[in-house]
Ligand binder design. Structure first.
Ligand code: ATP
Length: 261
């Protein structure tokens, strides 16, 4: 276990090509007025791995993920995703990047007035310009099979449980076959059994599509089930990179309470 994440001397342009690193964040800082949320965040995400970012509520996990998809501009530092230098992108490049990065929100973000089928067709039509009925049907069915909800195809979101909505939300992100998935608190508000289903789905997505994922959570059980590697976010710093079992041996007073559950 290392106390700080690795920052190598590799040049930024070499990041994607010279290694299996698909996301590299270096020295990221973000404050809102006097609130210093991210003080020095460093991380690498490798191809086909599940990286959990573990931190208490309010430690800046959502701010970090929003910086990655261009919704928040950091004060300094760098973010490289695939071959993109995220903080230098124009709008067209940012849209290209967003096609390759699936963002699963805390809420499921489904359109309440659309059926499940229509919710899933929407990104295919809007983002990929697919209009062929057979192709739409095949992709919707595959995405629903992936999340185990084929029978929900004609239902309205109001007819679904919280866990089902979450899975449909993930299906709607997966349907674009992103190279990278960002899960923001995927088990928030779910009961333990439904949480296990979501955790299993996150692992299945990695195994089936070789997707590289960042899972931000304060749910220790979710971290244990999904993580190949864990980085803790403590006081605005990324710390304690390691496997779940390595991290759980921490004596850091900020982190220890997580494991005494
Ligand atoms: N747009 C904003 N303007 C001002 N402050 C903000 C903004 N976004 C986030 N913050 C502040 O940044 C801090 C971190 O928020 P963030 O939502 O990233 O926490 P989190 O770790 O994701 O917490 P949770 O697990 O509860 O979602 C909080 O103090 C929050 O009030």
């Amino acid at each position: 276990m290392r106390q700080d994440t690795v920052t190598t001397s590799i040049t930024e342009k070499e990041v994607a090509s010279a290694s299996d690193v698909v996301v590299r964040i270096q020295h990221l800082k973000k404050s809102f007025g006097d609130t210093h949320v991210l003080r020095d965040v460093n991380l690498d995400l490798h191809a086909s791995e599940n990286l959990v970012i573990l931190g208490r509520s309010g430690t800046g996990k959502s701010v970090l993920i929003k910086c990655m998809v261009g919704l928040i501009k950091p004060d300094s530092g760098s973010i490289h995703i695939l071959h993109y230098d995220v903080l230098q992108l124009n709008e067209k490049e940012m849209n290209e990047l967003r096609l390759q990065v699936g963002f699963s929100f805390q809420g499921s973000a489904l359109y309440d007035s659309m059926t499940v089928r229509e919710n899933l067709e929407f990104p295919l039509k809007r983002n990929l310009g697919i209009s062929d009925t057979k192709e739409l049907e095949a992709r919707v069915v595959e995405a629903l099979e992936d999340v185990g909800l084929e029978d929900a195809i004609n239902k309205m979101p109001a007819e679904l449980s919280g866990g089902m909505k979450k899975r449909i939300g993930i299906a709607r992100t997966l349907i674009l076959k992103p190279k990278i998935m960002l899960y923001d608190e995927p088990t928030a508000g779910l009961d333990p059994i439904t949480s296990i289903e979501i955790n299993e789905l996150i692992v299945k997505v990695r195994d089936k599509y070789k997707t590289s994922s960042i899972i931000i959570t304060h749910d220790i059980s979710s971290a244990r089930h999904t993580a190949d590697r864990v980085i803790a976010l403590v006081g605005g710093y990324s710390k304690y990179e390691g496997t779940f079992d390595e991290i759980r041996q921490t004596t850091d007073p900020e982190l220890e309470p997580f494991f005494n559950y």
